[in-house]
Design a protein around this ligand. Structure first.
Ligand code: F6P
Length: 320
């Protein structure tokens, strides 16, 4: 192993920069050269990169976002885009490439692995925490903390005005962020795409809460549950309470990574470079039961990470 590439792809996540820095410095300690491809798969299609050195990645550990930029790359969904990326890997004599991203990026990586001999290692980084093969992704803890900080403030105004707030957090397809955030802010109701809800059931809970003396409440909803604007209007109409909607939005994707996100970035990068140095590829690294592990890229792409439904039950008990 002499030359490796690194790329950040898909939605950015706090800690991606920490992962880039760690990849570069660990790779250099093993005498590898590192090329950083820009704007996700786009950079591989267009052969746009910069050489990264231990010095050039100085001062980025604590920064959100990604110095390599990122994108969702429609061209990479087509075979000719993937083939072009494979050509770029060959052109630059890359023995390995580390892809820092989420599910969608790993699906792209799987397609790429069919067209190249360059070894690919995935480093899970997404605020959605929805990658099979790791208990936690880089950026998840930071996004959860960002959301919790904001919702604690919303709680203050909810109590003062005796209102119900629906707070929409990110998670287009999965409810990992909503669940963790919901439990840790003491949400009265948590709505996730994995569990069907009905307005009647929400109204029943609100009525019961009101009968128990709760005059305000927080409903944490993942964006993937559907139209939260409409839900807020309907609930206000039918519950008789004042209902407001607060969409936390893209702030959840930015900001300085937490200690936990940084640590995970360093440990994942270490494992990824080590795997490449041992000529192991087409796998993703992960955290499983407190240990840094790896599983096949294909398995991660094909299996669905389960949501902890026991935690959802616990949240309901805690919301008494
Ligand atoms: O990064 C993942 C995610 O935050 C999803 O939860 C969200 O739906 C999506 O990205 C939106 O990102 P974009 O608008 O950049 O496609």
């Amino acid at each position: 192993m002499k030359n490796i590439g690194v790329v950040t792809s898909g939605g950015d996540a706090p800690g991606m920069n920490a992962a880039i820095r760690a990849v570069v410095r660990i790779a250099y300690s093993k005498n590898f050269q590192v090329l950083g491809f820009k704007r996700g798969w786009e950079g591989l299609i267009t052969n746009t990169f910069k050489t990264l050195t231990p010095r050039s990645v100085g001062g980025i550990l604590q920064l959100g976002g990604t110095i390599l930029y990122t994108s969702r790359c429609p061209r990479f969904r087509k075979r000719d885009g993937v083939k072009k990326a494979a050509e770029t890997l060959a052109l630059n004599n890359l023995d390995g490439i580390i892809v820092i991203g989420g599910n969608g990026s790993f699906k792209g990586a799987l397609e790429l692995s069919k067209e190249t001999d360059t070894l690919i290692v995935g480093v899970p980084a997404t605020i959605d925490n929805d990658v099979f093969g790791t208990d936690e992704t880089i950026g998840f803890d930071t996004a959860a903390n960002t959301a919790v900080t904001e919702i604690d403030k919303i709680r203050d105004t909810a109590i003062s005005h005796e209102r119900i707030f629906i707070v929409e957090v990110m998670g287009r397809k999965r409810g990992f962020l909503a669940l963790t955030v919901g439990v840790t802010v003491g949400a009265e109701i948590i709505l996730v795409p994995e569990v069907k809800y009905t307005k009647e059931k929400i109204l029943k809970t609100l009525r019961e809460n009101s009968a128990r003396g709760k005059r305000s409440g927080i409903i944490v909803a993942a964006e993937g549950i559907g139209d939260t604007r409409k839900l807020a209007i309907d609930l206000e109409e039918k519950s008789g309470a004042e209902v407001r909607l607060s969409i936390l939005g893209y702030a959840q994707r930015g900001g300085n990574p937490t200690t936990r996100s940084r640590l995970l970035a360093n440990l994942f990068a270490d494992k990824a470079v080590e795997m490449l140095s041992k000529e192991q590829g087409n796998r993703i690294v992960g955290l499983q039961k407190g240990r840094i592990t790896s599983i096949k890229l294909e398995k991660s792409c094909k299996a669905e990470k389960p949501l902890d439904l026991d935690l959802l039950k616990l949240a309901n008990i805690l919301a008494a």
